[in-house]
Ligand binder design. Structure first.
Ligand code: ZN
Ligand code: ZN
Ligand code: ZN
Length: 719
């Protein structure tokens, strides 16, 4: 006889692991115990060595589907003579490094109960079990137990209590367990809410991680009104479809995309529309894709069944503010936008937007990381110092490094408003409290004006400033566990460079963890500074000024004079701004209403066009390219062809630089690599040269990516 002890870390709590082990031990007639600890889960069983091997194998093979085991340690000890198997109560003593689980989409069993008129949870909008339901959005502290969640205000009724205490029940220790008798309630009926939508009015719905604004996606007038009231002119809206079948009526959906739509994370998936009419044109005018999600909570399922039509589902906020989570807060902040409020009395512990993903080369690429993903840790190859990383200014997220794991917060948003900065501070306090984490170092961006940088400097802790594009590269390398030296391509809109100019078209050779900037886009000036980010034609005017001063003076005299004097015209090497300029020259877009719109329109213009043709861009010098783009546009060449030649030029420059470096691994990082055409062509071309290429996957280039990269680099700097 032996005693087997297994200690698991990862997402192993609140997923039905203990009842699973209980059933397994019963079935195999093994005595012992299981315990949720603050570092994960520990189980002990006694038996013959061969039986214990079988137990261990089945533990890994048959574990609950939503569980994620990060580490598993086993030891064999002498037996102590267990006479039964028991579930012991949580111990709170140890260090808190257990992964808090993300919110999970409603499982099949709960869905069946929802539509079974004989079930006591028939049409109950807060139905959940250990395989599904809210987690991160209700947890106030760990270990994950009901008194430490926002469900503590609801007393379990007798029936729910029985389920909760029965190890053979699907709801054993399901912390958000609830029923119509004892659980949360809605403020209005689902039928009334659906009527609001079908009448063309705007519904504010309190979902899992915050409020959403919903409107009938077929109703152009209603969609336009939502845009006006929300002060969101052009940025694409996401859709919630009643079912996969309806989604397939409007979009091309591959099996991998279907799996993403139906996953427990249930994110917004960027899909290619198939041209079928029926969706209001104002939903997504700029993007080549349309963001689609399926109902992910019982409330959404019931509402979508009742309404039966595609809905616009956007964050419950005004423009770029954080998402509203509290009932009173929503009533005041969404006053004048929403015509009706579908609310409930289950408090939301922290805001968590819908996540956005798309498929890249057959794999998931997360573009906004929030509900369903946060706060799952990223495992890194070496032990890190206790670093708090506070991220960038736009699309902020924060992270903490705990040994081999980096816990990345949900997407916080742009730090321009007071609300956003408060949300940012809460995200920091939140991560530190959940993991009883005390940072020894704060990592921030080098940009002196970022709200996050200013917070870091005022924190009183030692500060390590990380260059923005190095953080992009390090995050992509870290999540892919890249070992050895590599070439980093780090391209985006803007970031503060080591020489105090604006970078954004950078190549680094990274040897032994040391970054050397080996190439960059030929620099040019941004007339009007920040104004050039929105008004891409300014970048175009600046490039024209460089290659043909007389022409620039004739077409944009004010800009030409500004450049002549060099006033308010910072120097940049940004590829993002080159995208803006090409969009302006080719007639695709003169300006952007949201970050990256011109680049998005340029990518969309290519459509299904297939060409290898490329403009010259030798050594990153755009002079010949700009001249050729201008001539083509004047000659009436289709914008799609100009765009393809431009994208291909960037790819050739990447290949050229990669081959010159002699390095075998290439990391593609930064916001520019959200562009599918660019990523696909670059990977194909680099792999053809025998290079190994890494792209962003589970951590987005922005928000979480910057925080992850900062954490990794600050740790090496401090160590
Ligand atoms: Zn369930
Ligand atoms: Zn109940
Ligand atoms: Zn960036």
């Amino acid at each position: 006889m032996q005693r087997l002890r297994v200690t698991l870390t990862g997402a192993v709590q609140g997923v039905g692991f203990r009842p699973f082990l209980y059933r397994l031990a019963m079935e195999m007639h093994l005595g012992g115990w299981v315990l949720n600890s603050s570092s994960g889960l520990t189980v002990e069983v006694e038996g013959e060595p061969a039986v214990l091997d079988e137990f261990l194998a089945r533990l890994h093979r048959e574990k609950p589907v939503v569980a994620v085991i990060l580490t598993s340690e086993t030891s064999r000890l002498s037996p102590v003579g267990f006479d039964r198997f028991e579930i012991r109560s949580s111990d709170e003593a140890e260090e808190k490094t257990v992964a808090v689980l993300p919110d999970l989409a409603t499982c099949g069993d709960c869905l069946r109960e929802l539509s079974d008129s004989s079930d006591r949870r028939y049409q109950y909008p807060f139905t959940n079990c250990t395989h599904c339901g809210p987690r991160y959005s209700i947890i106030e502290n760990v270990p994950y137990d009901r008194p430490r969640t926002t469900m503590k205000i609801f007393r379990l009724c007798r029936d729910c209590r029985r389920e909760y205490e029965d190890p053979s029940n699907r709801r054993f220790h399901a912390q958000p367990n609830a029923c119509p008798v004892c659980g949360p309630r809605l403020s209005m009926t689902i039928a009334d809410a659906a009527r609001v939508l079908l009448d063309g009015r705007i519904l504010a719905l309190k979902g899992i991680g915050g409020f959403q604004l919903l409107v009938d996606a077929r109703n152009e007038e209603a969609v336009v009104r939502l845009r006006q009231l929300k002060a969101r002119e052009e940025k694409p809206f996401a859709l919630m479809m009643p079912s996969l079948d309806v989604a397939e009526r409007f979009c091309i959906i591959s099996p991998a995309e279907r799996a993403l739509l139906e996953s427990a994370a249930a994110p917004i998936v960027l899909l290619t529309p198939n041209g079928e009419p029926g969706i209001a044109p104002s939903v997504a005018r700029s993007s080549p894709y349309v963001g689609v999600m399926l109902p992910y909570s019982p409330m959404h399922h019931l509402l979508m069944r009742e309404a039966g039509v595609p809905l616009v589902a956007t964050s419950g906020n005004r423009s770029d503010e954080p998402i509203a989570t509290d009932n009173d807060e929503a009533r005041s902040r969404l006053d004048g936008i929403a015509d009706a409020f579908l609310m409930h009395d289950r408090p939301i512990a922290r805001p968590c937007d819908d996540s956005v993903v798309r498929l890249a080369r057959g794999r998931e690429m997360v573009l906004r990381r929030a509900r369903g993903y946060a706060p799952m840790p990223v495992r890194v190859g070496r032990a890190l110092d206790p670093v708090l990383a506070v991220g960038a200014h736009l699309k902020n997220a924060v992270a903490i490094a705990v040994s081999h794991q980096v816990f990345v917060s949900q997407h916080v948003g742009d730090l321009d408003t007071l609300e956003a900065r408060q949300s940012f501070e809460r995200a920091i306090q939140d991560l530190c409290r959940l993991y009883r984490f005390e940072p020894r170092v704060v990592a921030c961006d080098m940009h002196p004006d970022y709200a996050s940088t200013q917070w870091a400097r005022a924190s009183g802790l030692p500060v390590v400033e990380i260059q923005h594009h190095e953080a992009h590269a390090a995050s992509c390398a870290a999540e892919n566990d890249v070992r050895g030296d590599y070439l980093a391509v780090s391209w985006d809109g803007t970031g503060y460079g080591r020489d105090a100019t604006i970078w954004g078209g950078e190549f680094f050779q990274v040897r032994n963890g040391v970054f050397e900037r080996v190439a960059h886009l030929r620099t040019f000036r941004l007339p009007g500074g920040e104004a050039a980010v929105k008004e891409g034609w300014r970048s175009a005017a600046s490039l024209l000024w460089e290659i043909d001063g007389a022409a620039a003076l004739a077409t944009t005299p004010a800009i030409a004079r500004m450049l002549e004097r060099g006033l308010n015209a910072p120097v940049t090497s940004s590829v993002g701004r080159l995208f803006d300029a090409v969009a302006a020259f080719s007639g695709v877009a003169r300006e952007s209403h949201f970050e990256g719109q011109a680049a998005m329109l340029l990518e969309r213009a290519i459509g299904s066009l297939d060409t290898r043709d490329a403009y010259p861009l030798r050594g990153g010098d755009w002079a010949e390219l700009v001249d050729a783009v201008r001539r083509d546009a004047q000659a009436g060449v289709a914008p799609g062809l100009i765009s393809a030649r431009f994208h291909n030029a960037l790819v050739r420059w990447m290949v050229e630089t990669a081959v010159d470096s002699g390095l075998a691994q290439v990391v593609l990082s930064g916001g520019c690599f959200q562009n599918r055409y660019l990523v696909d062509r670059a990977v194909e071309a680099l792999e053809t040269r025998g290079l190994t290429v890494f792209t962003h996957q589970r951590v987005p280039p922005n928000d979480g990516g910057i925080a992850l990269g900062q954490a990794v680099l600050a740790s090496s700097a401090a160590g």
